[in-house]
Design a binder for this molecule. Sequence first.
Ligand code: C5P
Length: 230
Amino acid sequence: MSVVALVPAAGRGERLGYGMPKALVPVNGVPLLTRAVQGLFESGQVQHVVIAAPPSDVDQVHTATASLAPAGGAVHVLPGGSERTDSVRLALEHALRVIPDTSIVLVHDAARAFTPPEVIAGVVAAVRGGYDAVIPVLPVADTIKQVDEAGVVVSTPDRAALRIVQTPQGFRAETLRAAYCSGIAATDDAALVEQTGVAVHTVPGHPHAMKITTPFDLAVAEALFSGGQE
Ligand code: C5P
């Protein structure tokens, strides 16, 4: 039974202002995508990684990641779709076609390149333990307001009941397949599964699983992961 991680990495990542797809942006010399794939395999739980790459960069991504797979596993690279959800769908279809014993599927953003392997292992363990869908989360430190279109506060949700969601999000393969076949639209895989009526469970995330989106995030990552802390 294989655990397969899907990595949608086909976005242009323009907010980083690097002039290249975000997944290929280096942090201290190593591309985000390479680091993300390394972390998945370092968890010791993932046998296959399926990357949805920018269509023009499939060969480059393959060259950068192919050697990271452990014995018996592999990195698969295919061109992504026009939206993130299309990229995940294509990667999922590929996984179910070429890795027939896929039992658990993770969906992991390349932008969360520094997710500790322990978080990844925790998600897999929770799915193995019987949950259909599992997401890593952090408590919310800031007060969150709901506002209307004019920016006027409508309500203040109880912070104690809110969580910040990270990746990898883990699913029983059949649960994710059924959700993608349902025709429901959602920007987040757990939200999609949630809308099919499946309970989504949470496990502890980690601050290092932050999403690298802006030049500020990149600067934080460069500072945090320079030298021996990795
Ligand atoms: O743009 P955003 O940061 O929300 O993208 C989230 C993730 O989805 C990124 O890792 C990005 O590369 C990926 N993506 C994709 N295919 C697209 C658009 C985004 O795989 N067409």
